[in-house]
Write a protein that binds this ligand. Sequence first.
Ligand code: GRF
Length: 196
Amino acid sequence: MTQRVAILISGGGSNMLALVASMTGDHPARPVLVAANDPAAAGLARAAAGGIATAAVDHRAYGDRADFEAALHAVLAEARPDILCLAGFMRILTPDFIARWEGRMLNIHPSLLPKYKGLHTHARALAAGDTEHGCTVHEVTAALDDGPILGQARLRVTAQDTAETLAARVLPLEHRLYPAVLRRFVEGERGMLTLA
Ligand code: GRF
């Protein structure tokens, strides 16, 4: 039975586009909604252009996280997703929200977790003098960027790299890794995928 996937974004949605583009043909899942916490997120128009239903739940319109998440849940309930993919989604979700989706919610993070949870991952990898860097897809749990790792993609850091060049070189890895991990996840595979 085809799995229904909702994708949460905050910005341009390049990872969302890669996920949407992958869910075709014999892929066992299809995108059913792209939702953003910012009505101005450019990814909303890009999703709509691809024929995907979209929704904007502006987190600034709600007094607290619980109210925002209740509104987000209402939108999700209508789309009836089986799986949530966070893709450049920049809001911290409460443990209550996560508890309702745990085991069915994925995120992509631009570092080789468990290194560099949180923000500014590329600058931190450079500052640490790391020779390897990359991205991770993991299951979302209440602890930030801490859930079971499902896949990683790696690259060599060069002496010429800056945080900007690293971000630009990691992003295409994300676009390869996330769709590959999502398909395995839908097919019930939980072993770690490593992309060189
Ligand atoms: C990417 O670096 C992703 O790792 C991070 O947000 C950035 C933008 O993602 N979570 P997207 O282009 O909006 O998918």
